[in-house]
Design a protein around this ligand. Structure first.
Ligand SMILES: Nc1ncnc2c1ncn2[C@@H]1O[C@H](COP(=O)(O)OP(=O)(O)OP(=O)(O)O)[C@@H](O)[C@H]1O
Ligand SMILES: [Mg+2]
Length: 158
């Protein structure tokens, strides 16, 4: 079976509290995989570990054949992500916010318009982020994740 994400006994411990307990998942390439569980179950923590935003206490994972932590930067190049409530520069427009991400990723200029269109925000690209409605901010977050159309998307509360 062709797995794009494999975790082995992934564990996150905060002092004496275990947030993620020996999680081994296998995500098939091209599939949609959902983490379901009650509040505090450890879904966000698991996704943060996959993105290198918090270090696993134990266990390991491989994404598209690349092993964490050695290949961390290569892994990040392949993932678009949206974790909880993404933050934006309030005094930049939606389009400018996406352009900041685009430059960091070294993507072509057309990727910003493509992402705006994909999430239905083309019409509001020139509005300041602080003037976006909640749903428009969520869309902008999705546009950021979709920038450059990465092969893997990790979305938390999108
Ligand atoms: N920085 C931290 N320090 C200590 N405990 C933490 C920390 N971050 C998360 N936790 C705890 O780890 C557990 C899992 O949190 P997590 O955010 O992963 O849950 P979740 O499944 O995403 O929940 P929700 O559905 O509410 O988003 C919770 O009990 C939380 O309080
Ligand atoms: Mg969560």
């Amino acid at each position: 079976m062709d797995h794009i994400i494999t975790t082995e006994q992934l564990t996150k411990q905060y002092k004496n509290f275990t947030s993620v307990n020996h999680v081994s998942i296998h995500v098939r390439r091209g599939s949609i995989y959902a983490l379901l569980g009650p509040n505090g179950a450890g879904k966000s923590t698991t996704m943060k570990m996959l993105l290198g935003l918090t270090a696993p206490t134990k266990g390991r994972f491989t994404i598209d054949g690349k092993q964490f932590p050695g290949d961390r930067l290569k892994i990040l190049r392949e993932i678009g992500s949206f974790i909880e409530a993404p933050s934006f520069y309030a005094n930049l427009t939606g389009r400018e916010n996406l352009d900041v991400i685009r430059r960091i990723l070294g993507l072509g200029q057309n990727t910003v318009e493509d992402a705006l269109e994909l999430v239905g925000l083309s019409e509001f690209g020139d509005r300041l982020a602080k003037k976006y409605s909640l749903g428009m901010k969520q869309r902008l977050g999705l546009a950021g994740a979709l920038l450059g159309r990465p092969p893997i998307l990790i979305l938390d509360e999108p």
